[in-house]
Write a protein that binds this ligand. Structure first.
Ligand code: NDP
Length: 289
């Protein structure tokens, strides 16, 4: 069954894009946001702005939350918690797996149903087919609303009944995304110190990121087989190479904190006696916390 009517709470860049995607497809959309003015353009396009949280909740069985984190959910719903019973809350706010599990328990204790989601695309790609969202929680809730939720991202990936799993899968992607982007900005800063623009290095950076797939597939198979052999790369080579990176940054007068943190991981791998193994042995080091 697809619901042609839903409530959306949270109108940051993501919530606004989601509301627009539903309006584009003719859904009847009820909105609520702490800062009501963020609904103006959507109301002009036919959405309804609920005057209270209670009214937003009672307008529809399906309520999508797109908030900064789970604390924002408590801030919004705590004063209206009697209206949560009977609602299905699809919470697309990112947070830790533990926060997602606790949030789901809270909603369930109030008589509502909770499905956790982690959206893997930025606002401009919301509503497009080649995007995906992780979900976890009750399978039947996912099945019931799958078609409606695939308006937000064309694809979805149900990970299981544990409400924390979608949050975990989302966070695993964030472990890659944020540091990878900072690595890129680091390279842009060093390039800039040499009069080279971000645009000039963009094709090389893109090629670098695209080629990462090869490394991920290669090392994933070896890591899962506990194989950290130094036949293709050696951690001692990685340490020397990261030293060059740190010095290239400091010679350019650019901040070195980020490459120095990577250098420190390699240093500890070598100091643990694994300089002749692959730098993938860092996984064993990092596991110990
Ligand atoms: P924002 O942080 O901009 O969303 C903020 C929303 O949360 C606003 O509606 C804001 O209300 C509300 N909010 C925050 N704190 C409170 C509070 N204490 N009480 C009431 N309302 C509160 O996030 P985005 O829209 O960018 O993203 C939403 C979620 O999606 C986040 O969890 C984010 O991690 C995730 N995400 C974001 C992506 C992106 O590229 N932006 C990509 C993928 C996932 P108000 O308008 O009044 O401030």
């Amino acid at each position: 069954r697809t619901s042609q009517s839903l409530t959306l709470i949270g109108l940051g860049p993501m919530g606004q894009a989601m509301a627009a995607a539903y309006l584009d497809r003719g859904y009847d959309v009820t909105l609520w946001n702490r800062t009501p003015s963020r609904a103006d353009a959507l109301v002009a396009r036919g959405a309804t702005l609920a005057p209270t949280v209670e009214q937003a909740l009672s307008a529809n069985e399906l309520v999508i939350l797109s908030l900064t984190d789970f604390d924002a959910m408590y801030a919004i719903l705590e004063p209206a918690k009697d209206a949560v019973a009977g609602r299905t809350l699809v919470n697309l706010s990112s947070d830790t797996p533990e926060k997602a599990r606790a949030g789901a328990r809270w909603v369930t204790e109030l008589g509502g149903t909770h499905l956790t989601g982690g959206v893997l695309c930025p606002p401009p790609l919301i509503g497009t087919p080649d995007t995906s969202t992780f979900y976890s929680g009750p399978r039947e809730t996912y099945d019931t609303y799958r078609a409606t939720l695939e308006v937000i991202t064309g694809k979805s990936d149900y990970r299981g009944p544990d409400q924390g799993l979608a949050a975990l899968m989302y966070q695993l992607n964030m472990f890659i995304f944020w540091p990878a982007m900072v690595a890129y900005w680091q390279a842009v800063a060093v390039a800039g110190a040499h009069g080279i623009s971000a645009g000039e290095i963009a094709p090389y950076v893109t090629e670098n990121f695209t080629g990462m797939g090869h490394f991920i597939d290669f090392y994933a198979a070896r890591i899962d087989a506990d194989n950290h052999a130094g036949d293709v790369d050696r951690a001692s080579m990685g340490l020397a190479s990261m030293e060059h990176v740190v010095h290239t940054a400091s010679d350019a007068g650019v901040d070195t904190a980020f490459p120095a943190a990577v250098h420190d991981v390699f240093r500890r791998v070598v100091e643990a006696g694994h300089g002749a193994d692959s730098f993938s042995w860092a996984v064993e080091l990092l596991k110990k916390g």
